[in-house]
Design a protein around this ligand. Structure first.
Ligand SMILES: *Cc1c(COP(=O)(O)O)cnc(C)c1O
Length: 391
């Protein structure tokens, strides 16, 4: 048995630690030695590789410095009238909601399905008003949202769809990649995500003209020749055609991404094996487990979330987090529901009880380590710690 005092001598298992290998280290060094650090040939290659992985043309993708930037630029490039309402989920990272706000639009929350933890299409339909112009679904934990139902609602009410694919690089739904159903998809390469560059993101779009505009918006609103203004073809004047942002990716970041992306499927297989081991090990415990992946979909296995209900487990969620920490296991909370945060309560009058499913999940959920870096021994340490904490 694993007692806390035994565990104290073990190394701390950092939650979401990325698996970094020699190939990306060498590529970063080569990039430094080339002296081309900013947006250049490595970003162009990363975009081509990402487009190929998503079955898109290179003109349908643009590398940015975060997924938050991708969502913000999508909202702006979607050209929605000011104060339009955008429906999203309360079970997401704050960036999904903040992107809507920064585009001058109004976020509206539709509760999640308690089993899948993804936005419930029936709740979207109920939230539609004459001012609704877009839906921002989040493929939570890497599980595809119900895109047939969501796209049917979008067609019925003539709404744009912007998919938050921060967890969903590998996700497919009925044979199609997540991010390709809507007008735009936003991806994250943050340090803990399935392809990790530290910070980084990608925007993809059905319409090449939308992506061309997104690229202009992401670099100060400068006309597209500006991307090449420091090349070897001589100085070129640029024109500012929009009030844009500073959201471009650096070659230094793309140097990491190229090699991380090349191993995306290998890392996915390792996370799937860990996921299955957890499901097996926890069947007898009184904790809530993730819903099994739906038929004809591919789950990206980004997060393995359990639910700790105090009445069933004999321990409160936050006490469970402390117990895991005492056993030197790093955990996460994805997420406290959006209406729990003071900013949204003060500005929108949101009360958690209006979204009971997301609120309940947010108060019980715990994310266990799922990095492909985990050894089999690490996985067993996590399992022992969970068992010891709930009994
Ligand atoms: C990580 C994350 C984001 C933001 O991604 P960044 O690349 O850090 O900006 C947005 N939405 C969700 C659901 C996320 O998990």
């Amino acid at each position: 048995m694993n007692h806390p005092h035994d565990a104290a001598s073990e190394p701390f298992l950092v939650f979401g630690s990325p698996l970094i290998e020699q190939a990306e280290i060498d590529e970063v060094v080569a990039c430094m030695q080339s002296s081309w650090l900013g947006t250049g040939p490595r970003v162009a290659q990363f975009e081509r590789d990402f487009a190929a992985y998503q079955h898109l043309q290179p003109t349908q993708v643009a590398a940015l410095n975060s997924c938050t930037a991708a969502l913000h630029v999508s909202m702006v490039a979607a050209d929605l009238p000011p104060v339009s309402e955008v429906i999203t989920t309360p079970m997401t990272f704050c960036a999904s909601v903040n992107a809507i706000i920064h585009a001058g639009l109004t976020p509206v929350l539709a509760d999640v399905d308690p089993a899948t933890q993804c936005i419930d299409p029936a709740a979207i339909e109920a939230a539609v008003t004459p001012r609704t112009r877009a839906i921002l679904p989040v493929h939570f934990a890497g599980r595809a949202c119900e895109m047939d139902a969501i796209m049917a609602i979008a067609r019925k009410h003539d709404l744009k769809v912007i998919e938050d694919c921060a967890h969903a690089i590998e996700t497919t739904y009925h044979g199609r990649k997540a991010g390709t159903f809507g007008d735009f998809g936003g991806f994250s390469f943050y340090a803990t995500k399935n392809v990790a560059t530290g910070e980084g993101g990608m925007i993809i779009g059905r319409d090449e003209a939308h992506i061309a505009r997104a690229k202009v918006l992401a670099l100060h609103g400068m006309s597209k020749d500006a991307w090449h203004r420091f090349g070897d073809e001589g100085y070129k004047h640029y024109q500012v055609v929009e009030a844009g942002f500073k959201y471009n990716m650096m070659d230094l970041v793309a140097a990491i991404g190229i090699h991380q992306l090349a191993r995306v499927e290998r890392n996915w297989q390792r996370r799937e094996a860990i996921w299955k081991r957890y499901m097996d090990a926890f069947t007898e415990l009184p904790i809530g487990l993730p819903a099994p992946p739906a038929p004809d979909t591919k789950h990206a296995y980004h997060l393995f979330t359990i639910r700790v209900d105090e009445t069933r487990c004999g321990i409160a969620r936050d006490a469970f987090l402390d117990a895991m920490n005492a056993r030197r296991i790093g955990t996460g909370v994805h997420y406290l529901a959006i209406p729990e945060h003071p900013y949204y309560q003060e500005h929108y009058g949101w009360k958690p009880e209006h979204w009971p499913n997301a609120t309940r999940i947010g108060r019980q959920t715990v994310s266990l380590p799922l990095s492909p870096k985990l050894t089999d021994g690490d996985v067993e340490r996590v399992i022992d710690a969970v068992r010891a904490s709930v009994s």
